[in-house]
Design a protein around this ligand. Structure first.
Ligand code: NAI
Ligand code: MG
Length: 500
């Protein structure tokens, strides 16, 4: 990475956009009545709610209002030990020897109950995490149910997934997830682990524990044998205790590259298996032969979806020089028409930033972008007086070496760069420490194949972005981590393959 020169911000490089919408939408708030959030949650261990041995609880808030929603248990080492022991006992007693067809039935049941309780889960997800209700309702919760359905189908067909091999479960999986897709990440972790015959201790992120805890209730309702899935809450120390527990066979982690590296260091020399899904700085490339309007909409979806709290967000846009002016003009118009505000309003496109600390990170990078001399555009929208909000922001005239083009911001901030030739854009797109995803917009199939072959990214979308399917593997190159989730690849992360 190039050395940064410190410059002072130019006053003239910030533009607040102005766009007159003739008829603003009237508010259409979703009702909170579907969600029954308890004032306090204990730890879900061995099929029952257990008080934390630490006797400590911490609060989870609604980032859109800064109001406390509930308090959840803060699991210490002894609690982690209890959960791992419960998972081990369940593995030995029930799960290891259960016929695969029976295992599959439980997973199907969980999927069905998620569907039945979809509205409640969507409301809780939005209240606890700040994402727009239309996303939790139309994407997160249905995708979580789909994931359970998909892996339920594999449970009794593993011999076809791994022909001529004998797949064996690993044992107890410790699973640690972030706050950007709380229930969906829970599903990505639990479903393939159960389908392959493992038992689980899962920890949601400290700012968004409530849908995973509601899933604990769903798991009880499904009659899954006690201890097969344990859900415990806490922050980094709880996660570290899970990683370091000697009786854990597998670590599955999604989160920051920094913590991913800590985890790798702490399991070095043990026989624990691991998959790490870490950060990203995806390149989204628009060629001059692309359908520009669709591409612009795709770029908006790629970076402003879920407030940019997406590890595979298309946060670097490369536009071919000849169409750059048109694309940037259209992006500015579209930026200005995005609806920012109450996540519970069904019209909202951009909800609340997940936490105060993430808001600070985003503000820090906006400042860095200005210092680096890029031109900044932000929507003129009014932000709510309370809660953690930021205007959707776009930087143009960004240099490849700028920090806003190299580092993960994890917010609704787009960096726009230009290019002339295929070779140039490949070189630039691959020039980051990350390699999780990328996007290509062009009319030519041959160009798509050429680009996807040369791009060092785990997922490359063509003429679309941020599309997910349980059958399709997801994961990164380089500092974006290793291992794949989803599809057949996702199964292999939870088994040892023996010869017949
Ligand atoms: P984080 O990596 O600290 O948190 C993710 C999960 O790991 C949480 O459940 C947390 O409690 C747990 N954790 C924290 N320290 C741990 C440790 N030492 N051992 C085991 N588990 C531990 O991410 P954070 O601080 O919330 O976000 C910081 C930055 O990370 C963001 O600004 C963003 O750039 C990136 N990030 C990337 C995500 C992705 O999906 N790739 C998700 C969340 C954050
Ligand atoms: Mg919260």
């Amino acid at each position: 990475m190039a050395v940064q020169k410190k410059t002072s911000p130019r006053k003239s490089n910030t533009v607040r956009l102005k766009f007159d919408t003739a008829w603003p939408y009237s508010p259409a708030p979703e009702s909170k009545s579907a969600a029954q959030i308890k004032p306090q949650y204990d730890l879900f261990i061995n099929g029952e709610w257990q008080k934390p041995l630490t006797k400590k609880y911490f609060k989870t808030i609604n980032p859109a209002s800064e109001q406390v929603l509930s308090e959840v248990a803060d699991a210490g080492e002894a609690d982690v030990n209890k959960a791992v022991n419960a998972a081990r006992a369940a593995y030995d007693k029930h799960w290891k020897n259960m016929p695969a067809k029976e295992r599959g039935k439980y997973i199907f049941r969980i999927a069905r109950i998620i569907q039945e309780r979809a509205r409640e889960l969507a409301v809780i997800e939005t209240l606890d995490g700040g994402k727009p209700i239309k996303e939790s309702r139309d994407f997160d919760i249905p995708a979580a149910a789909n994931h359970f359905f998909y892996y339920a189908g594999w449970a009794d067909k593993l011999e076809y997934a791994f022909p001529n091999r004998r797949p064996e479960a690993l044992g107890v999986a410790a699973q640690i997830i972030p706050w950007n897709f709380p229930l969906l990440m829970t599903a990505w972790k639990i479903a393939p682990a159960l389908a392959t015959g493992n038992t689980v201790v899962l920890k949601p992120a400290e700012t968004t524990p409530l849908t995973a805890l509601t899933l604990a209730d769903i798991i009880r309702e499904s009659d899954l044998p006690p201890g097969v899935v344990n859900i415990i809450t806490g922050a980094g120390n709880t996660g570290a205790a899970m990683v370091n527990h000697p009786d854990v066979n597998k670590i599955a982690f999604t989160g920051s590259t920094e913590v991913g590296k800590i985890i790798q260091r702490s399991i070095a020399g043990t026989d624990k298996k691991s998959t790490l899904e870490l950060g990203g700085k995806a390149a989204n490339i628009i060629f001059d032969d692309a359908p520009i309007d669709q591409a612009v909409e795709g770029v908006i979806n790629a970076i402003y979806f879920n407030q940019g709290h997406v590890c595979c967000a298309g946060s670097r846009l490369y536009v071919q020089e000849s169409v750059a002016k048109e694309v940037i003009r259209k992006l500015k118009d579209r930026l200005e028409s995005l609806i920012v505000g109450d996540p519970m309003d069904k019209n909202t496109d951009i909800g609340a930033i997940n936490s105060r600390s993430q808001l600070d990170i985003i503000h820090k990078y906006i400042k860095i972008g200005k210092m680096e001399g890029a031109d900044m555009y932000e929507s003129s929208c009014k932000l709510p007086g309370k809660g953690y909000f930021v205007r959707p922001t776009m930087f143009t005239n960004v240099a490849q070496s700028n920090r806003i083009a190299q580092e993960e911001i994890f917010g609704p901030v787009l960096s726009v760069l230009t290019f002339r030739t295929d070779d140039e854009v490949i070189e630039k797109a691959n020039n980051t420490p990350y390699g999780l995803s990328a996007g290509v917009w062009t009319d030519k199939g041959s160009k798509i194949f050429n680009m996807t072959r040369r791009m060092k990214a785990g997922v490359v979308w063509a003429n679309t972005f941020n599309k997910f399917d349980p059958a399709s593997p997801f994961g990164g190159y380089k500092e974006s981590g290793f291992g794949r989730e989803g599809g057949l690849h996702g199964l292999s992360a939870y088994v040892n393959l023996r010869n017949l």
